[in-house]
Ligand binder design. Structure first.
Ligand code: GLV
Ligand code: GLV
Length: 336
């Protein structure tokens, strides 16, 4: 039964996951390394039981309706805001993501951005390449040290906790955080303290956002939030672009209301400028480091994501509840 199941992969991912799928299913891999067009997506899902999607694929009710046999959508990402999960649940389609295998990768990238901003690494690199380094500068490229400073983590889930551990153990930072729940273990091990959003914004020297994109987290960081931050604060976003208002961020950076920012995700991604007419461009500012949504881009994380997504598809197609199901309520009335 399973050997006849058809699985569609919308874009090349590490071979490990593809090989797993090929052992037990009839796999169609779209080989072009570009975002799939809507047309090709609607066509590609036509006869399949399993879909391995990436976060730039918008999987809505129309895509599901073009796939009458579709039983499982495995998103090659921890975030799944590109999928209409409610529409999937209504149709009896299982949706899975890839949690737990990229916590180090994303936390390491957040750390890379923190240090790149605080020690002005990119700015200094540009300066050096331009052969502007003429003599050692007693007052050049000075930034804050991090030891003893306060790290504010918004969203103390797996990734937030991993970052908290890294900056506490590695840099000697104090940790404050916001979350729905108290993380007793981290409070005990790291002396982390759960505070209100207001308090976190006022106290933190570095603020890093680790929440999923939901209606309630859209523009979680907006003008009012930037106003509460220290003038010396650094903001890091490796979660989803719309969690931070790009306009408010650019204004805060331009007016030096905060020291700097490290940004891996963009409100109008892949564009890094939602409104070209507003004279607010991140890319012209020196106090921001920009990366193209690469926080999970380690060999280890991407291989693990590919095998986890493949395993979820194989499990669902052999009537085994995937460990990474995001709509568990669908399981008892799933399509068979
Ligand atoms: C990447 O952004 C992910 O959600 O995995
Ligand atoms: C810096 O290079 C120093 O020697 O202090």
């Amino acid at each position: 039964m399973l050997s006849k199941s058809k699985v569609f992969i919308t874009r090349p991912i590490p071979e490990e996951g593809i090989a797993l799928l090929k052992k037990r299913a009839n796999v169609t891999l779209r080989r072009a390394d570009s975002v799939i067009s809507r047309r090709d997506l609607l066509k590609g899902v036509g006869k399949v039981e399993g879909l391995l999607s990436i976060l730039t694929d918008k999987i809505d009710g129309a895509v599901m309706d073009a796939a009458p046999n579709l039983k499982v959508i495995a998103n090659y990402a921890v975030g799944f805001d590109n999928i209409d999960v409610e529409a999937a649940t209504q149709r009896g389609i299982v949706v899975t993501n890839t949690p737990g295998v990229m916590d180090e990768a994303v936390a390491e990238h957040a750390l890379a951005l923190i240090l790149a901003v605080s020690r002005r690494v990119v700015e200094a690199d540009h300066f050096t390449r331009a052969e502007k380094y003429k003599a050692w500068m007693p007052m050049g490229f000075i930034g804050p040290s991090l030891r003893g400073k306060t790290m504010g983590i918004i969203g103390m889930g797996r990734i937030g906790s991993t970052l908290a551990q890294m900056v506490h153990d590695g840099l000697g930072m104090n940790i404050v955080y916001t979350d729905f729940q108290i993380n007793k273990q981290l409070e005990k091990e790291l002396g982390a303290k759960k505070v209100t959003m207001n308090e976190l914004l006022k106290r933190a020297d570095v603020i890093s956002v680790h929440v999923p994109l939901l209606p309630s987290t859209t523009h979680l960081i907006d003008t009012a939030e930037f106003k509460k931050m220290k003038k010396t604060a650094i903001l890091i976003n490796t979660s989803r672009g719309p969690v931070v208002s790009e306009k408010a961020l650019t204004r805060a950076l331009k007016s030096k209301a905060i020291l700097g920012a490290g940004i891996d995700v963009f409100e109008c991604e892949p564009s890094i400028d939602c409104d070209p007419s507003d004279q607010l461009e991140l890319k012209v500012l020196d106090n921001v480091v920009l990366t193209p949504h690469i926080a999970s881009a380690t060999n280890e994380a991407r291989i693990a994501m590919s095998t986890l997504a493949a395993t979820a598809i194989l499990d669902a197609l052999s009537n085994k509840k995937p460990k990474t199901i995001v709509n568990p309520e669908v399981w008892s009335r799933r399509r068979r």
